[in-house]
Design a protein around this ligand. Structure first.
Ligand code: ADE
Length: 242
């Protein structure tokens, strides 16, 4: 996969991209990540990339031209034109399903904005999909773009290495993950649940499954409702096929 990032602050990406899984995935050529500075495409010597909003109001709006020019500059750098994603709080929420869908693309182009937002013609003219990482407003799209990149790259084949797996994680089956414990068996009078020390793998699997269900019901009733809905759908499909 190739990921292009269009931003006014390429330096913000340096540290997250040069550690741990993201670093290794690039070294192993699982992903190639390219940073472009939108300001390099500003029209004047003041490097202006934003302007006041038509209709008035507070703040500044990111102008079309530097973003369009930047995108047109990087587009031919790879055989695939790529899927364009605009980071903004008005976008569709990032979920594990969305990350899984994005992980199937060969090229992603993420645009991170600053200021009050983008000129709407950036979204419409570039046929971009807007994505939000949650119902809160960040100072810019950079941190949000990093979240998308991390969630997507770890799903790419080989990115997690042999000893790790994205398979059992929270959300992969619509439920939260079960609690984990490691040595020692007792810490400050807090004990590891005895079932985990029993060596009975069937019983452990049953306990973990119960924990996932209880956690999801307690902490995320919204996810639990969706899980039940999916399960009922699957049951209906099965019945219809029989
Ligand atoms: N830019 C500012 N806030 C954001 C959010 N919540 N998600 C994505 N991009 C953003």
């Amino acid at each position: 996969m190739r990921i292009d990032i269009l931003t006014l602050f390429p330096e913000m990406f340096e540290s997250p991209l040069s550690h741990s899984i993201l670093k290794r995935a690039q070294q192993q050529n699982i992903v190639q990540i390219a940073l472009s500075n939108i300001r390099d495409f500003a029209p004047d010597r003041y490097h202006k990339v934003d302007d006041a909003p038509y209709g008035g109001g507070a703040g500044m709006v990111m102008m079309c031209q530097p973003v369009f020019d930047c995108l047109e500059h990087i587009r031919p750098q790879h055989i695939e034109p790529g899927k364009v994603i605009l980071m903004c709080p008005q976008g569709m929420p990032l979920t594990q399903d969305k990350a899984t869908e994005l992980a199937k693309e060969n090229r992603l182009i993420l645009i991170a904005g600053r200021y009050e937002g983008f000129d709407e013609r950036i979204r419409t003219g570039l046929n971009a999909e807007a994505i939000s990482i949650g119902d809160y407003v960040l100072s810019g799209g950079e941190l949000a773009a990093m979240v998308v990149i991390d969630a997507v790259v770890r799903l790419l084949d080989g990115a997690l290495g042999d000893d790790m797996s994205a398979h059992d994680e929270s959300f992969t089956h619509g439920l939260l993950e079960y609690p984990h414990y490691t040595r020692p068996e007792e810490y400050r009078q807090m004990k590891v649940p005895p079932i985990l020390l029993s060596g009975n793998h069937a019983k452990i699997a049953e306990w973990r499954n119960r924990q996932r269900i209880e956690r999801t019901q307690r902490q995320r009733p919204d996810l639990w409702a969706k899980f039940l809905e999916r399960k009922n759908e699957q049951q209906d499909n099965k019945n219809n096929n029989e």
